[in-house]
Ligand binder design. Structure first.
Ligand SMILES: Cc1ncc(C[n+]2csc(CCOP(=O)(O)OP(=O)(O)O)c2C)c(N)n1
Length: 262
């Protein structure tokens, strides 16, 4: 999700990092709260916290908990981590904007594995009853979840080819629930910006918007792509250096190895 989070924080969200509680700010809820490290990195580059603080990630008293905590880090609109809940809170924020006659948007970032939580669909049903065009959900459709592929076995009992082809199921489901559904290549910045712009232009019917972002988990890192075991693992210095090299950052690769020598 690094690519579309960068697009959101740098090109789309109406926010003020120096005034994180600004009442008219766009709200953003990382419903797949376990991806907090990606959120913190983007927030640090956008000025919410010092880059150096990223090193405290997930230690006991840090503001950068393994799951985002709104009581600790200014700029976090909702504490998340229990999958399914963040999206519902974000819907409340979108409704709040309408009630207060304000023009801010509420964004929620949801995992495709998270969509296996019933609460996601309670929210989807409820939101479609309101003219919530200011509510934009992005589903990070990387086809993996914690312990494997999103889909292992099809309805006819045959195993899906791996990596599985996208069969459009998420698009069909969100459409059936009454949402305006858009799709984007979650790693193509031009496409991301185009689709986000389209999402911000409400249709006549004012429906909430779901963007299915086609992504690859571990994108660009040779040994991570398509391997669910990297859902949660700690990197060695050598693997981190390899990742930087794969991502076209040889300088950072060298610096990582150099630091680990000390
Ligand atoms: C209610 C709940 N059940 C289980 C978990 C444990 N869990 C953390 S991440 C995850 C997989 C989520 O998959 P997905 O939403 O596809 O996330 P992504 O692959 O994009 O990281 C699970 C089951 C949780 N955080 N909350």
């Amino acid at each position: 999700m690094a690519d579309f989070m960068t697009a959101l924080y740098f090109n789309v969200l109406d926010i003020r990092p120096s005034e994180p509680d600004w009442p008219d700010r766009d709200r953003i809820v990382l419903s797949k709260g376990h991806s907090s490290i990606g959120l913190y990195a983007v927030m640090a580059h956008r000025g919410y916290l010092p880059l150096e603080e990223l090193r405290t990630f997930d230690s006991i008293h840090t503001r950068l908990q393994g799951h985002p905590e709104m009581t600790r880090l200014p700029g976090i609109d909702m504490s998340t981590g229990s999958l399914g809940q963040g999206i519902s809170a974000a819907m409340g924020m979108a409704l709040g904007a309408k009630l207060l006659d304000k023009s801010f948007h509420a964004f929620a970032i949801v995992g495709d594995g998270e969509c296996q939580e019933g609460q996601v669909w309670e929210c989807a049903m409820a939101a479609a009853r309101y003219p919530l065009s200011n509510f934009i959900v992005i589903v990070d459709h990387n086809k993996l979840q914690q312990f494997g592929w999103l889909k292992e076995i099809g309805p006819d009992g045959t195993r899906f080819p791996f990596p599985p082809e996208d069969d459009g199921e998420l698009v069909r489901k969100w459409t059936a629930f009454g949402w305006r559904v858009l799709e984007m290549d979650g790693h193509d910045m031009a496409d991301i910006l185009r689709v986000l712009d389209e999402a911000l232009t409400p249709g006549d019917d004012q429906r909430p918007v779901c963007i299915v972002a086609h992504t690859v988990k571990g994108k660009g890192v040779s040994y991570m792509e398509g391997d669910y075991r990297w859902h949660a693992q700690v990197l060695t210095a050598e693997l981190a250096a390899q990742a930087f090299a794969d991502l076209g950052e040889p300088g950072l690769a060298a610096a990582t190895l150099e630091r680990s020598d000390k």
